[in-house]
Design a protein around this ligand. Structure first.
Ligand SMILES: Nc1ncnc2c1ncn2[C@@H]1O[C@H](COP(=O)(O)OP(=O)(O)OP(=O)(O)O)[C@@H](O)[C@H]1O
Length: 221
């Protein structure tokens, strides 16, 4: 469970948000929505321990978080294969027994994300969807209880977006993974999440997905 009480954050004189109160239960699939600059990434950074709130508190019963950013431009000559890239998230170990275990785990995750047949492909030559799946696979390596998708579908074609989201929905259901989906995508919010946390006027509202409207994603002011 994630529970925020009276959570506020400012950078210097700039108030980002104030008095957030919300709860996310284990195994929920929620979207985090709101206009550009409303505080979505800042809130996620507080969850990940990368920023401190100015006041209030955030309680989390699980701290293992998998973070899946939107893939950025990766040059065609990027030196690592898909499998090597995923392994970057693996803590280096000198214990050969553990290495075997970890190798098995990587193969399981490659399978789960549909990347087994592509594991030797240079990441730079992978398609957008494949790159995004590699980011997802890398995030899964730590056995997270919470998965944060930070605009992870933003630069993908509609069909590929759906494939990725179907995969995440499966993980959510089968493995009871809590999913927080930061997005500007109205259709995906409607299709995949049941509840949205909406930033509005420096505050946060919890809304049923049936009440989510397109103007909630637009610029403020
Ligand atoms: N380290 C920082 N120092 C100063 N200001 C910051 C810092 N990080 C974020 N901000 C400011 O806080 C506000 C919220 O930013 P944040 O990135 O959380 O918004 P967002 O909702 O994720 O936006 P977007 O949808 O565009 O990604 C913005 O005005 C941003 O400029």
């Amino acid at each position: 469970m994630i529970q925020a009480q009276h959570l506020s954050k400012s950078f210097g004189n700039q108030l980002v948000f104030t008095d957030l109160n919300f709860q996310i239960s284990d195994g929920e699939f929620v979207s985090l929505i709101g206009p550009n600059g409303s505080g979505k990434t800042t809130l996620i950074k507080i969850m990940m321990g990368l920023e401190k709130p100015t006041s209030g508190n955030l309680q989390m019963s699980h701290h293992t978080i998998g973070y899946v950013p939107q893939f950025r431009n990766i040059d065609n000559d990027y030196p690592l294969s898909i499998e090597q890239f995923i392994r970057l998230n693996n803590k280096f170990t000198l214990n050969p027994a553990k290495r075997k275990e970890q190798n098995q785990k990587i193969q399981t995750i490659l399978k789960k994300t549909g990347l087994t047949n592509l594991k030797n492909r240079p990441l730079g030559l992978a398609s957008g969807g494949e790159k995004q799946k590699a980011y997802l696979a890398q995030a899964l390596l730590n056995d997270p209880k919470i998965l944060i998708l930070d605009e992870s579908t933003a630069s993908l074609d509609v069909e590929v977006k759906m494939q990725l989201m179907d995969l995440v929905a499966e993980l959510n259901q089968k493995e009871h993974l809590t999913v927080i989906f930061i997005t500007h995508d109205y259709d995906l919010t409607k299709k995949y999440t049941k509840r949205a946390l909406l930033f509005e006027n420096k505050s946060l509202k919890q809304v049923n997905v049936s009440d989510v409207s397109k103007n909630m994603f637009k610029m403020e002011g």
